[in-house]
Design a protein around this ligand. Structure first.
Ligand code: ZN
Length: 437
């Protein structure tokens, strides 16, 4: 059972709520005159033949009350709207025909209400959309429409009431008819030539062997250089993935220096479905051993992870790269809400990879999946993980990592994890990484 409501604004008019909403709780100042504002907007473009009139979104207000959070959209004309909810992360979607946006920057909701923020824009030709990001699960009221009054245009009022996550999850999801429409649109965009049966679309994997050239990375007690060790494993991983039918690119396949922002750019330019960075670590405690995997976060999951990210992020500087301008690897990492989906996929891969790698080698006993602000993992649209194969500062790890058989075993375990990542993604349904979803 989904939350799905269609409402024609011109019909559902409720004057009883008029007074409550006419006094906004917060937000931009009230326009002087709606007619005047609309006239001004329409004057910006004066087509010779009148185009079908699009409604203009004039404002949004958020009201935070003890029992509910109220979302009010002000419009020049009534439009048909529908709402539904999506989880992971929790969102409310408001769909409407194509409208023109005339918002003076969104109001900033306080942290107390259900609304964290919202995005808006064209989703598909002819279909505009609000996506409201939630701080916590919410149940939606019916959409209420108020007629123009006191200098305001039409107002659409949606109330969000607290609810349990389980209940929210139960009701969240794309309405079936929309899903069918999306799938039809996806099919229509495929090439006209008849598709070969059972031919999978090749996923693109970018492998990133850490360091290289002037940057040796960490150095083992026996003189092993991190850059050589990780390139050896990366080349084996490339073979294993190519055999499984993936398209594989590498940020480097020889002993050359590539700076960190360039590695991110390479992943993005290939529209990689997954980015795997391979490293080996060294720390002062010679007893610490085992493989670990890192994903992106603004702050480290713990001090060791944050220290490691600092060490790895520092490698450009150590190699003498100009860190001014766009190579600003030292700038703090800010993670956008839109990056959540990518980060979920990254974490999913890290968990799968750890379970496969545990069959192939020793895993760091305590918390083998950690997160920190790694520059090389910050592509907003490419799921990324960094694998630390082990510790060159531990004699057992250092010996193991020298062995060709160990390297092959680890490469195959990573390739198996890549398979599982895309198998589970395929079972989850159509692509979900749309910015306005
Ligand atoms: Zn490294």
């Amino acid at each position: 059972m989904r939350l799905l409501r269609d409402s024609l604004l011109a019909i559902a008019v409720c004057l009883a709520f008029g007074a409550a909403v006419a006094q906004p709780d917060q937000g931009p100042s009230q326009p002087q005159s709606v007619d005047q504002l609309i006239d001004n907007i329409l004057k910006e473009k004066t087509p010779k033949t009148p185009a079908p009139k699009e409604a203009v979104v004039l404002g949004v207000r958020i009201g935070e009350h003890p029992d509910r959070t109220r979302f009010v959209v002000e419009l020049s004309d009534p439009v048909e709207m529908r709402t539904f909810t999506l989880n992971n992360p929790n969102r409310v979607v408001i769909d409407m025909p194509a409208v023109r946006w005339h918002l003076q920057g969104p109001p900033r909701p306080s942290a107390n209400g259900a609304i964290k923020g919202y995005r808006y824009g064209l989703f598909r030709p002819g279909n505009s959309r609000f996506v409201i990001d939630l701080n916590r699960p919410a149940a939606l009221s019916d959409v209420l429409v108020l007629p123009p009054e006191n200098g305001y245009g039409y107002r659409v009022v949606l109330d969000l009431f607290p609810t349990a996550q389980a209940k929210f999850d139960q009701e969240a999801g794309w309405p079936a008819d929309l899903k069918a429409k999306e799938q039809a649109a996806d099919m229509a965009s495929l090439p006209q030539s008849p598709p070969l049966p059972q031919t999978p679309i090749k996923k693109v994997i970018v492998i990133d062997p850490g360091h290289g050239g002037v940057d040796s990375g960490t150095v083992g007690a026996d003189g092993t250089l991190e850059k050589d060790l990780v390139l050896g494993v990366a080349l084996k991983l490339r073979n294993a993935l190519e055999k499984r039918g993936y398209t594989v690119h590498m940020t480097r396949d020889t002993d050359e220096f590539v700076d960190l922002p360039q590695r991110v750019r390479i992943a993005r330019s290939y529209h990689a479905d997954l980015f795997i960075s391979i490293h080996a670590d060294s720390i002062h405690d010679p007893d610490v051993a085992g493989l670990s995997i890192y994903t992106l976060s603004e702050k480290g999951s713990d001090k060791e992870a944050a220290d490691l990210a600092r060490r790895e992020n520092n490698s450009d500087k150590l190699a003498g790269v100009d860190l001014s301008g766009e190579n600003s690897a030292v700038a703090p990492i800010l993670i956008d809400l839109a990056q959540r989906d990518t980060m979920n996929k990254s974490s999913h891969f890290a968990e799968i990879a750890l379970s496969d790698l545990a069959q192939a080698t020793d895993i760091l006993p305590r918390q083998p999946h950690r997160s920190a602000a790694f520059v090389v993992l910050k592509a907003p649209d490419v799921p990324s993980a960094l694998i630390e194969l082990g510790y060159l500062s531990n004699s057992g790890d250092a010996d193991r990592m020298q062995k060709e058989s160990w390297r092959a075993r680890v490469a195959i375990a990573i390739a198996a994890a890549v398979d599982r990542q895309f198998m589970t993604a395929a079972q989850a349904g159509p692509a979900t990484a749309r910015s306005t979803q």
